[in-house]
Design a protein around this ligand. Structure first.
Ligand SMILES: Cc1cc2nc3c(=O)[nH]c(=O)nc-3n(C[C@H](O)[C@H](O)[C@H](O)COP(=O)(O)OP(=O)(O)OC[C@H]3O[C@@H](n4cnc5c(N)ncnc54)[C@H](O)[C@@H]3O)c2cc1C
Length: 362
């Protein structure tokens, strides 16, 4: 009979995969269940900017995870490239933010968090059609290419004997005396040692299904759709990321340029719309007229795991002894993921944490 993994993780987005990697690196065994295909939801759909939009307007709890994670990314990228041959394309391409009515807070945040910052120059702004207001240039801000990062992580975890169970949705738990004994999925019933939910936007609804009948502390996580476009631009058409009000362009290494994104509260409906395509393409071409020469070759949507203040839940459940959660990263899941995985692993293993865990408690 197959032995039971030390950890059973539900969900194979960036948070499930990095939590698994952190645990496996301590010598633990891990099984990951995924209801669809591996790594195809929000973590695949995102832009991969490794900084929140206007981080100085966000809660300190977000800054903590972000500043920690961005220090971990270069090594993660290097290890994955070396161990898998797949390049997650971590690139410090820099970010130009055109309009900053709160420039003093922006400068102070950068200074306090060791992020180099400079006023955006006339030359830098020349290719763009915008009305700049105290533009700021952040040359060290990096990006990762989401699908490649996920592919590299999956490859790496398979080589470390993590068991993946695809098209296999968690549906029920069997619990007594505040301990989960087994889970029932769409495919099987299996015992568990420690269950970790990294189920992104689905966590709130899933929690209701799993724990609705028992009165227990629960997270509030809701779906927020985001649509993106991809322009088939040539290499070096744009060499850095640009944020103009709430929308952005991200150039990939091969020249392709992402334009994002919408923020829509529409449940789990992932349909792309002509209206969003029109809004995003006119934003992109108006801001950067050079884009008019290139066709749009892709348009997609993802479902972000929304929380009230964008602060994720990273915690061991206070009542159920073998249940943990790492979910609810809203618009900043990629950039917060390495530190989130490290924090949860430290909590589970009873190790001192580098970040104060209090703001992320259930
Ligand atoms: C358009 C868009 C742009 C974004 N841009 C950025 C950005 O530039 N930078 C940034 O940091 N963040 C960005 N984000 C946010 C980021 O993508 C998310 O916060 C992050 O991907 C969440 O990761 P996750 O692993 O928690 O969730 P997901 O990637 O959604 O993974 C959760 C997984 O759990 C699975 N699952 C759910 N329920 C079950 C079940 N019952 N059984 C089995 N499996 C289950 C799902 O199928 C899914 O694969 C963006 C998001 C979108 C949509």
């Amino acid at each position: 009979m197959a032995s039971i993994s030390d950890f059973t993780i539900i969900g194979s987005g960036i948070n499930g995969l990095l939590t698994a990697r952190q645990l496996v690196n301590t010598g633990a065994t891990v099984t990951i269940y995924e209801k669809n295909q591996l790594g195809q939801e929000s973590s695949w759909a995102g832009g991969g900017i490794l900084l929140p939009l206007y981080p100085w307007r966000q809660d300190h709890a977000i800054t903590e995870l972000v500043t920690h994670s961005i220090k971990l990314y270069p090594t993660l990228n290097e290890e994955l490239l070396r161990q898998t041959g797949i390049d997650p394309e971590w690139i410090a391409s820099g970010l130009l933010i055109t309009r900053n009515p709160d420039i003093q807070q922006a400068n102070a945040w950068c200074q306090n968090n060791d992020i180099p910052y400079y006023p955006g120059t006339i030359e830098q702004l020349a290719p763009f059609h915008t009305e700049p207001l105290d533009p700021i240039w952040l040359p060290s801000v990096a990006q990762a290419r989401n699908p490649r990062l996920l592919k590299a992580l999956i490859y790496d975890l398979k080589s470390k004997n993590v068991v993946f169970k695809e098209s296999n949705a968690l549906q029920e738990i069997q619990i007594s005396n505040n301990r989960i004994h087994s889970i029932t999925t769409s495919v099987e019933k299996t015992p568990v040692n420690h269950l970790i939910l990294t189920t992104g936007a689905w966590t709130g609804d899933l929690w209701e299904v799993l724990f609705g009948a028992i009165n227990t502390t629960s997270p509030e996580i809701f779906p927020v759709k985001g649509q993106m476009l991809l322009f088939d631009a040539k290499p070096d058409t744009l060499t850095h990321m640009i944020l103009d009000d709430d929308r952005y362009l991200i150039p990939r290494r091969d020249g392709k340029i992402l334009a994002g994104s919408t923020v829509e509260k529409q449940g789990f409906n992932k349909k792309i719309t002509a209206d969003a395509k029109q809004q995003l393409s006119s934003f992109a071409i108006n801001l950067f007229p050079a884009l008019a020469d290139f066709p749009i070759i892709n348009h997609w949507a993802g479902i972000r795991p929304g929380t009230q203040h964008g602060i994720p839940y990273i915690d061991k459940h206070p009542e159920i002894e073998n249940l943990s959660i790492n979910a609810g990263h809203f618009r900043n899941g990629l950039v917060m993921a390495p530190a989130s995985a490290q924090l949860l692993t430290d909590l589970i293993l009873g190790q001192p944490t580098t970040i104060d865990p209090a703001p992320y408690r259930l």
